[in-house]
Structure formats: structure tokens, C-alpha cells
Ligand binder design. Structure first.
Ligand code: DGJ
Length: 747
């Protein structure tokens, strides 16, 4: 059992393969956080806490005249607002009498075999399904799916309110999950004004905070900064996890590198508003909180009702950021993504968006599909523009009826012809969106988020449907199903092209309007769940104007997400680099597009565009009919090569070798087989210099005492890892190389 409870000291010790997490209900029943980090003996780590008389940090009444016991100075597992801890709180409620102070004490706990799940919310699961196991590259020795659950119940001293802290201990995956459930035992409504899913207090240490910021067409830029006294936070109040900040944060020691040092990853499985906050306090203690952003949130918990705060996944690495990422990669690939496409080979696709935008008819698409089939592409995706009155992005959203006039045929006829060419067929939807110029809006203007008496905020000239409402969701769901049932469709792209604003739901009373954002996300999950249940074989790709909703919550429903609307290969280097810290390449939608690039006008070699796109879910997004014969020959070879390396890329261990934002010459990354038997080294020359110096790259994840073959030359593994491989000389800017490194058979 990975969960130990010592009833004498009331000590909870949770262990995974390499990490340990510890809490203790102390003599007052306060749940202390005593350790998260390196695995060690189940010793009581509360010995590290220094008790002292702290001025202006008060004492709980039951501590009597002990002035050394202050919640304000203690490492707390789930700090509540208002009872003497003045740091950022994990919980703030509003009781029927208008007060907010809450004093949580340990009541009981329960240990269960297996991993808990959460009603209506994404959560890591412990057993990969049979099909997944059959396809998955053999897991490293000892990697099963063993998980246990601990639920600790805290009660407010006024006994109106209970907090159940959920812990999933995923031993082999090296992951600990957390979630929270609160229960109202009073006779009146209790309002939740803030509930964070995670709080981790560090007694000492100097930390860096690593976050991922961005904007539309430039998501998940990596930022590392030392923690200063006070709070540093990232978050979203856009109703989605957002392009601007990602709900994945890392705390590390100051000297932690890619390969060495302590670091702690915090990933939120939620697709709406979030807040990640790191606070360095007056005693140089650090508190990390992650949960729903409180700004748009106030949830009424009725008597006897429960509220579940979403799950967060935590991981610790003593071997730097690279290993931390690989922990999340494996866990998300195998225990978060679901369904047959999780481990089944995904098709190489052609998406028509950057090729033709809204300017197409059925014949044009068939022509593209014909060339695509010839190139070895396996799936043809018809993006935006096939429905309602939709020849531009100003109208038609919400009218999910096929525009037969524009296509010149029915959807079934189009799909049949595409299948006749040997391709699968996919289609784009933006289920949450609605244009004012649509039949749906004319019939149901109140279904869109608008505040009575206020002009709505438009974005891309569209509004959003109130997905917190079941009737709205049911309508959209049934119309989507009608389309999906009318033809053979194997893929669906679920897009969303604006942030939420003007939150108001006609279905809720004034005092419950603070629930709308969260209910919207629950509505989204509900619809995605129904979709995945009804179409279990369909590959669903998430998207929000590129990577505006690239989060672990969405990955529970959509095993891949379009990474960014920026398809420029060089821009993509930093976008995919940043994304790789928290998410596996198998989730990153990535396509080869035409040049000059649509977003940057940059020209990059076709080979380089493929090197970058292959490090994700590989596809093309251009008008194949406009390609030269020479380009077509290159593309055919790329697709063949991708299929050859598929398992290595998608299931191998991913290593960041350089930081594209810092490197001046060659940027590199690598996929290594988990057993070290082969690797694929990817290099992009960011600058070339005539008569320049030699360039070397040190490989990772090989066997030091094995011999490897690279381009017909033999090298010892330790030389490749310690001294590096001399790289080919780039002769044009942005040239790239893909080098296969294979272990020689032992003689
Ligand atoms: C935004 C997406 O990111 C694009 O790939 C494309 O689907 C457009 N929306 C269509 O409107």
C-alpha cells in the first residue's frame, strides 16, 4: 500500500516510486503539511517545524497560553480564510450569518484501493484499458497502474461544513493527485467564494517559479523567475485556460537544470478560469496554490449538497526538469487520455484551413483529397465554412446544417468520395459559438451570453452559447449528432474562437450568477463526455484559436489539441518547447503549412517544417494541389519516415536538448526508446555562419556501455552522451536534420 497511516502520531505518508508526500493531524487536529519531495523513510517530518512566539500571528483558542502555536507560521495542508493564517488561503466560504472565518480540524479518513474519480470532471484513472495496453509500447519494468486513494475529512469547528481532501497515489507513475469535495451540513445555503484544489507549503528553500505565458499565435512561452517576497501568480479569467497563461506550473530549486536538481510540477485538470499562486512569506516559507480563479466564482452549496473542486496532478523530480516532464508525459499519455486513439496510431491528416480557408466547394475538396491520398495522407479534414451561411467568420455559427449548395453535394456524397480515395474524413465544429447573424440566434437570442440591458462584447464578431444550460447543450448536441450520423466521419475538431465575457445565465437566479463560469465548463465536459460515449471510435481534436484551451482537462476528452494557429516552423519551436514541459508530444497538434508562412511570411525548408510537425501529431495544412512535383516527392518520403518512427516519437522518452529561446545556432531535441535501444535526434539550424565552428549535441537516454550506429558510423553510448555527436553542417538557414541512432547488436 502506497498510503501509510500511523494512528499514534496521526501521520499520513504517501509514497510513489520516487516521491513522498506527508501530512500530520497534530494535537489540535490541524492538518499540517510536513513533506513533499524525495522519497525517504516514513519518519515524522514535522520535526522540521520551528515553533516560536510570533508577534501579530495569533493563536487558536484551544492552544491556550501556548503563544508559539500560530496557524500563520505553520505549514498547512488546506488553509482556510479567516482564522489566523494571513497567507493566501485555499478556501473561503460565506456562511449564512455573513461570516467567512473557517477553522478546519481533522475528523476522520478513509483509505481505498484504486484511484477515485470525480463526478462530471476529468481525473487521471488507474487502469489503462485493454486496447491501450495492447498498442502501447511496452512500459518500463515495474510500471503497472497501481493506485490508491486517501480521503481525509476536515470539519469546521462550527460543524456546519465538511471538507474532504482527496489524494490519488499513483505509485508507478510517480504522480500524486489532489481534489477537494465540500459538504454543507447547515440548514442554509453556504457560498463558496474560493476553493483551491492544491496547497503545498514548503518550510524552507529558495525557489524559482516556472510558468508558461503567451497570446494568440504565441502560446506557452517558458518563463523562469526567482520567487520574491509576496505573491507571484498566473491565471485566467477568460472562461478558458487561455493562450495567456497555462494551468501548469513548476517550482524548482534555484540551481535545478534540465537534468539535475529538485523540481515540483503542478498541473490543473481544468479548462476554465484558474489561478496559480506562489507566495514567499515573512518566514521565508513558500506556499503554492492552484485552483479555480476566485474572481468569476461564487458557488452556492445547498444544505446536504456537495461541491467538487477539480483535480490537480503533482509530481516531484530529483533529476531536473526533463525527468519531471517525462513523468507528466507518461501519465497523461496513458492515464489521462482515453479511448481507442490514446494508443492507436493516429492518422496523418490534411486540414484544408490554411489551404483554402472559406473558399471551397465539394469539387475543390475532392481534388485536394485526391492528391493527399497519393501522398500517403490518411485523413482529410474539412475545417470551418461547410455549414449554414458561412463564407466568412461573421455569420452562420450555431447553424449546424450542411451547406449543400456550397458543397455542391451532400455531406454523405462528399464523405463517400473521400473514402473512395482511401482516406478517412473529418469535420470542424465550434459548438459553443454563435453569430448574431444566424438562424439560431434569431430564434433564441437568450441562449447566448448577454447581460440584459447591456450591449454584448463581441469577439471575432461572435458570441458564446450558454453551455451551463442543459437545454442549450441538448439542442447543439442533437444537431451535431445529426451531421455526424449523416455521413461516415472519423474525426472531429472542436474549436472555440473567443474568450467568455458578459457572463449571465437566464436559467439562474441573481444570487447564483457566480456559478456560471464553472457550470459552463461542467457543461462543456458533459457534452464532450456524451460525444465520446456516442462516438467511441471518433478521433476528437481540441482547439481554441490554436492552443487557447490546451490543458489537462481537455485531454481527458480530446487526446490531441491543436497547439497554435501559428504554423511557422521556427515560431513553433518555442511553442512546442514550452508545451513539452507539461504535455506529451502525442497531444500536440502540429502541421506542415506552406511558405511564405501565413503568420510570419518566413520561408523555411519543407524538410524543417516536417521535422517540427513530426514532433507532434503530424499533418499538413496547405493546398496540396499547388505543390510542385518535387515537393510532393519530398512529402511522400516524410510521411513514410514519420510512420517508421511513429512509436519512437509518440511513445519514446522526450528530451529537451537546448532552449530555442537561448540557443544561437542549432536547436535540438530527442526521442529515445525507453530501453535506450534507439533514438531520433532532431536539429534545426537557427543561424548559419560561413566558415563557422563545429556544432556538437550531447544525447540523452542512451546506454552508456552500448555501441550505437549513426549514419554508418559507430560510437559508444557514453561518448554520444558525454562528448556529443558532431552535427552535419547546415548550408542554408533553418535547415534541419533528423538523425536516427540505433544500438548495434551485441557481438
Ligand atoms: C481557429 C483554429 O485554430 C483554426 O485552425 C481554424 O480551425 C479556424 N479557427 C477556423 O475558423
Amino acid at each position: 500500500m502506497a498510503i501509510l497511516f500511523d494512528s499514534t502520531s496521526r501521520l499520513f505518508t504517501l509514497t510513489t516510486a520516487h516521491s513522498m508526500y506527508q501530512m500530520k493531524a497534530d494535537r489540535y487536529g490541524v492538518l499540517l503539511h510536513t513533506w513533499f519531495g524525495m522519497k525517504g523513510s516514513a519518519f515524522d517530518y514535522s520535526y522540521r517545524i520551528a515553533y516560536a512566539d510570533r508577534g501579530f500571528s495569533g493563536n487558536p483558542y484551544d492552544a491556550g497560553d501556548d503563544r508559539t502555536y500560530s496557524l500563520d507560521a505553520l505549514p498547512l495542508e488546506f488553509p482556510a480564510y479567516g482564522s489566523g493564517d494571513y497567507r493566501a488561503a485555499a478556501l473561503k466560504v460565506r456562511y449564512p450569518d455573513g461570516t467567512s472565518a473557517c477553522d478546519l480540524r481533522y475528523l476522520k479518513h478513509e483509505i481505498r484501493e484504486g484511484k477515485y474519480s470525480l463526478p462530471g470532471l476529468p481525473a487521471l484513472y488507474d487502469a489503462p484499458d485493454q486496447e491501450q495496453q495492447a498498442h502501447e509500447t511496452p512500459a518500463p519494468a515495474g510500471c503497472g497502474s497501481r493506485s490508491d486513494t486517501l480521503i481525509i475529512t476536515l470539519e469546521d469547528t462550527r460543524r456546519m461544513f465538511y471538507v474532504h481532501l482527496y489524494y490519488g497515489v499513483m505509485e508507478d507513475l510517480d504522480i500524486i493527485t489532489r481534489a477537494v469535495c465540500v459538504e454543507n451540513h447547515s440548514e442554509d445555503d453556504i457560498y463558496l467564494e474560493n476553493i483551491q484544489s492544491v496547497c503545498v507549503d514548503y518550510l524552507h528553500g529558495e525557489y524559482d517559479l516556472h510558468t508558461f505565458y503567451g497570446r494568440h499565435v504565441k502560446e506557452r512561452n517558458y518563463q523562469r523567475s526567482p520567487l520574491m517576497h509576496g505573491s507571484q501568480s498566473v491565471g485566467s479569467t477568460r472562461g478558458t485556460s487561455s493562450h495567456q497563461y497555462n494551468p501548469f506550473l513548476i517550482l524548482s530549486d534555484r540551481d535545478t537544470t534540465e537534468d539535475t536538481g529538485n523540481c515540483y510540477g503542478f498541473s490543473f485538470l481544468y479548462s476554465g478560469d484558474f489561478l496559480g499562486n506562489a507566495e514567499l512569506d515573512q518566514y521565508n516559507q513558500t506556499r503554492l496554490l492552484l485552483g479555480i480563479h476566485p474572481d468569476n466564482f461564487c458557488y452556492c452549496v445547498r444544505p446536504t449538497e456537495r461541491f467538487y473542486a477539480p483535480e490537480a496532478a503533482l509530481a516531484y523530480s530529483a533529476q531536473g526538469l526533463g525527468r519531471l516532464s517525462r513523468i507528466f508525459h507518461r501519465a497523461y499519455r496513458t492515464h489521462l487520455c482515453r479511448g481507442k486513439w490514446t494508443a492507436k496510431r493516429r492518422p496523418v491528416l490534411l486540414n484544408d484551413w490554411e489551404g483554402v480557408y472559406f473558399d471551397f466547394d465539394g469539387d475543390k475538396l475532392i481534388q485536394m483529397a485526391r492528391d493527399a491520398a497519393d501522398l500517403g495522407i490518411e485523413l482529410f479534414v474539412m475545417d470551418d465554412g461547410w455549414f449554414g451561411k458561412r463564407d466568412l467568420d461573421v455569420s452562420g455559427l450555431g447553424d449546424w446544417t450542411v451547406n449543400v449548395k456550397k458543397l455542391g453535394c451532400t455531406l454523405k456524397e462528399l464523405s463517400d468520395q473521400i473514402h473512395g480515395l482511401g482516406l478517412q474524413f473529418g469535420i470542424w465544429f465550434e459548438p459553443e459559438g454563435i453569430n448574431e447573424d444566424s438562424d439560431l440566434y434569431r430564434a433564441h437570442p437568450d441562449w447566448a451570453f448577454t447581460i440584459p440591458g447591456k450591449q454584448p462584447t463581441r469577439s471575432r464578431l461572435q458570441l458564446l452559447l450558454d453551455f451551463s444550460r442543459e437545454d442549450v447543450r441538448e439542442y447543439i448536441f442533437s444537431h451535431i449528432c445529426q451531421v455526424l450520423d449523416s455521413a461516415r466521419i472519423e474525426y472531429l475538431k472542436w474549436d472555440l474562437n473567443r474568450s467568455l465575457a458578459d457572463l449571465y445565465s437566464a436559467s439562474l437566479p441573481a444570487k447564483r450568477q457566480g456559478e456560471v463560469m464553472h457550470r459552463y465548463v461542467l457543461g462543456l465536459y458533459d457534452m464532450l463526455e456524451k460525444l465520446t460515449q456516442r462516438y467511441p471510435d471518433m478521433l476528437i481534436e481540441g482547439c481554441s484559436g490554436g492552443g487557447g484551451r490546451f490543458d489537462a482537462g481537455m485531454l481527458y476528452y480530446t487526446p490531441q489539441i491543436w497547439c497554435s494557429d501559428d504554423t511557422d516552423a521556427i515560431e513553433r519551436l518555442s511553442i512546442q518547447y514550452g508545451t513539452s514541459f507539461g504535455y506529451p508530444v502525442s497531444t500536440m497538434g502540429s502541421h506542415v503549412s506552406h511558405c511564405p508562412n501565413e503568420q510570419t511570411r518566413r520561408i523555411t525548408p519543407l524538410n524543417t517544417r516536417a521535422t517540427v510537425a513530426m514532433s507532434g501529431t503530424f499533418g499538413y495544412e496547405l493546398d496540396v494541389n499547388k505543390m510542385t512535383e518535387e515537393e510532393k516527392t519530398i512529402v511522400k518520403a516524410q510521411i513514410r519516415e514519420f510512420k517508421e518512427y511513429y512509436d519512437l516519437i509518440q511513445y519514446g522518452d522526450y528530451y529537451r536538448l537546448t532552449d530555442p529561446n537561448k540557443v544561437e545556432a542549432y536547436h535540438g531535441w530527442e526521442f529515445a526508446a525507453p530501453d535506450g535501444s534507439e533514438a531520433l535526434l532532431c536539429i534545426v539550424a537557427l543561424q548559419i555562419h560561413p566558415n563557422g565552428p563545429g556544432r556538437w549535441m550531447c544525447l540523452k537516454g542512451l546506454k552508456a556501455d552500448s555501441v550505437y550506429l549513426v549514419h554508418g558510423q559507430k560510437y559508444p553510448g557514453d561518448a554520444l552522451m558525454n562528448s556529443g555527436l558532431l552535427l552535419p553542417t547546415a548550408t542554408e538557414e533553418y535547415e534541419s536534420f533528423r538523425l536516427h541512432i540505433v544500438e548495434c547488436p551485441a557481438v
